[in-house]
Design a protein around this ligand. Sequence first.
Ligand code: NAD
Length: 321
Amino acid sequence: MKIMVTGGAGFIGSHVVDKYIAEGHKVTVVDNLFTGEEQNINPSAKFYLMDIRSNLLEEVFKIEKPEIVNHHAAQISVPASVEDPLFDAGVNILGLLNLLQYSVKYMVKKIIFISSGGAIYGEADVFPTPEDYPLRPSSPYAISKLISEYYLNFYKKQYGIDFTVLRYANIYGPRQVPHGEAGVVSIFIEKLLKGESPTIYFHDGEPDGMTRDYCYVEDVVKANLFALEKGSGEIFNIGTGKGTLTKELYRNILNLIRVSGYAKEAIYDEPHRGPARPGDIKKSCIDIKKAQNLLGWKPEHNLLSGLENTLKWFLAKHSTE
Ligand SMILES: NC(=O)c1ccc[n+]([C@@H]2O[C@H](COP(=O)([O-])OP(=O)(O)OC[C@H]3O[C@@H](n4cnc5c(N)ncnc54)[C@H](O)[C@@H]3O)[C@@H](O)[C@H]2O)c1
């Protein structure tokens, strides 16, 4: 199949590209390298250094004629979306519309859209949270993902373009960038390997801190593979269905680093505490039964095996730096 992956130089998108290529698909990557890195791009993919909002994108559709558009490119930061909702909406909503318009014109069959199961339900009170739970997005980022889902419905009804939405939990793994505020696993690993103490954020009156559903990137990639053929017009949570407290995550990572022998003297048992950032929700953990039943997908890694693989990758990176 001919597949365009937007955001294919980024953390998750680049793993999806690798898998599609390994499965024999012809892949085009569109990425402006805003947060992505050229070294992540599979050499067998055709790369266009381009913004998804650009008119030049039409040329890429004309030349490459993708049958599927897998849309990973996005402004991904919740705090940044609170600070600058116009920028967030520009990339996440107008960027999607630009892609959809060319997808109609150049007869794309299906869009695989990446939404957020960690943000779109807001502060839920049912855990794990299923797809049909009332949506209460509590940040511009989450709103832009929800509006995107509405647009996909519209384009399917109006123009017959199929879609599958994958609402990701908190994804972690090799290539996740440890700076900024996204990617707590990579931030903790990098800090601890440097002998620095990371910060764990807490909401007022929540002494145990936040809970997240951590899913290993290799598992997520498989969902993108299955979505090529299945899940027509459907929305799926992609996570593990298990919640982990941030401080539990920290302990697990700290233990693995100690076992690896790379622990620095200065590693603290007690990380710094900080106040929750704008848009941070307290608890998120998503129900994955629908993906199990309709996509035939389930995660194969548990938290420990995923963290072990991730740490291995960071250690290898450190040894070559
Ligand atoms: N990482 C997670 O836990 C998580 C959770 C839920 C949803 N998601 C979604 O998964 C997708 C990928 O996220 P990621 O964690 O790999 O982040 P990432 O920042 O590594 O990837 C995003 C990619 O999009 C590119 N990009 C950004 N703006 C662009 C633009 N205007 N034009 C072209 N390319 C642009 C970036 O350069 C980058 O390569 C995003 O849609 C994100 O919202 C991620």
